[in-house]
Design a protein around this ligand. Structure first.
Ligand code: PHE
Length: 461
């Protein structure tokens, strides 16, 4: 059956055209606002080095094994996460409860896109702001004021959120190959080049050494238990795992591609981009006397300062935010994919209509995030629970998806692949042999679940 569905994908011309195309698409999904916007600001909020170390450990122990398992499940199932899980629970003879993995994916990718799109809208505005030359020579106060002004206007944020969602709907509606591969093929490599340039610039600020020690010399006294959960959640968020996105992408993956090798490539590139973003941003933070823990505005304040001071800053700045926008789009596209694939299969709705209907519903939920930065900034829906006291709608959605649904989805995926699936032929499916395969299975079955469980227990106690 899974062979048959893969064939169906193949005949419809909807498999990735090559291993390279899949890598680019998966990297496109993984590399996004998470790396360039979120990683630096949560690193700043959580005190630097110790947080980075825990995050890297989470990538190694949880991120990579779950990524491998999730893509493998997707390819075996060959359909949307819900249908793939339904089929695999039948063919593998496991309990039906595992199907929750698929549902968790649909719901979580729906929710994550609702707020991701709002932040994507910020990147969109900043393309224009950078191009207008308004950052040239501006000081930290002026640039901070620009960012604050943008957040304060609910109508502006709503407009940009709408434009962003419209682009995502359009691309996904056109189909996986024609829509997505083309955009990703050319623009991702350009983003890497630009990040290198920004790190190069950061080296000239005189605070590069301070930034390196902030990021890489761990001070464990600064690490809280919530910080550890954030690091775990971010490891899942940045690799797009635990919510069916990589499963959906894996369902389009040709049988001959080696999953383990591909997953390693994705994880290395993704982590590289995050660390480079940190190395580009923290020197600017220190050189301008800014606060590393400033929160979600961090890159929107530090980078414009740099662009305002360097020669050719208008061009570099415009290009940078344009590429950030592309990185955000390629991730957003992947979030809509599970929802659309599910609507197509289960409701028999055409791809274009699924993208439109699903996208509109997501857009609507996104309005809650839009308002979290202005009219409803002081609305804390769960204020009666001490832990959630100061959290806005955006904070709560982010917490729910990134810190709960993604890591717990990852846990379930590791357990399903490690314990519930039949072992026969799994080594070939994954693309690992002999001792390496055994070592991998040991990690997936024991270390990955234990790692996630420990972080959660630690937070509950
Ligand atoms: N990995 C993306 C990023 O870092 C976000 C993402 C999360 C994409 C979940 C898809 C699914 O920006």
């Amino acid at each position: 059956m899974s062979q048959a569905t893969s064939k169906a994908h193949q005949q419809a011309g909807s498999l990735w055209s090559s291993r390279m195309a899949f890598i680019l698409a998966a990297v496109g999904s993984a590399v996004g606002l998470g790396n360039i916007w979120k990683f630096p600001y949560i690193t700043g909020e959580n005190g630097g080095g110790a947080f980075v170390l825990v995050y890297l450990a989470c990538i190694a122990i949880v991120g990579i094994p779950v990524l491998i398992a999730e893509v493998m499940i997707g390819r075996r199932g060959g359909q949307s996460p819900v249908a793939s899980m339904r089929e695999l629970t039948a063919t593998e003879g496991t309990r039906k409860g595992w199907r929750l993995i698929g549902w968790n994916g649909i719901v979580a990718s729906f929710l994550v896109l609702s707020f991701y799109s709002v932040i994507g809208g910020w990147a969109l505005v900043y393309v224009f702001k950078a191009a207008s030359g308004m950052f040239t020579g501006a000081d930290a106060d002026a640039i901070g004021g620009t960012f604050g002004g943008m957040l304060a206007s609910a109508t502006d944020l709503l407009l940009w959120h709408s434009v962003f969602m419209a682009i995502v709907i359009f691309i996904v509606g056109r189909g996986i190959r024609s829509g997505m591969e083309r955009a990703i093929n050319t623009l991702m490599p350009l983003l890497f080049v630009l990040l290198f340039i920004m790190v190069g610039y950061a080296m000239t600020t005189g605070k590069f050494g301070e930034a390196v020690s902030f990021m890489f010399s761990p001070d464990f006294s600064k690490l809280t238990t919530e910080g550890i959960l954030t690091a775990l959640g971010h490891a899942a968020f940045t690799l797009s795992i635990g919510i069916g996105v990589m499963m959906a992408y894996g369902s389009y993956l040709p049988q001959k591609v080696n999953i383990a090798r591909t997953a390693m490539t994705i994880a290395v590139l993704d982590t590289g981009v995050a660390l480079m973003a940190g190395l580009a941003i923290f020197p600017l933070v220190f050189a301008n006397g800014l606060e590393p823990g400033a929160g979600p505005g961090l890159i929107f304040v530090t980078l414009p300062l740099a662009f305002g001071q360097m020669s050719g800053g208008v061009i570099f700045g415009t290009l940078f935010f344009a590429l950030l926008l592309v990185a955000a789009l390629t991730s957003a596209i992947s979030m809509l994919e599970p929802v659309v694939e599910w609507l197509e299969e289960h409701k028999g709705i055409s791809r274009a209509k699924s993208a439109l209907g699903g996208g509109l519903a997501i857009w609507l939920v996104g309005v809650g995030t839009v308002l979290s930065f202005n009219n409803l900034a002081d609305f804390h829906p769960l204020a009666f629970i001490p832990f959630f006291e100061g959290k806005t709608i955006f904070d709560l959605l982010d917490f729910l998806v990134s810190n709960l649904m993604m890591p717990l989805g990852g846990l379930a995926i590791a357990l399903f692949a490690g314990w519930a699936m039949k072992r026969q032929g799994l080594d070939q499916e994954i693309g690992l042999k002999g001792g390496v395969y055994s070592a991998f299975m040991f990690v997936l079955r024991f270390l990955t679940p234990a790692g996630i469980a420990v972080v959660f227990l630690y937070n509950l106690l």
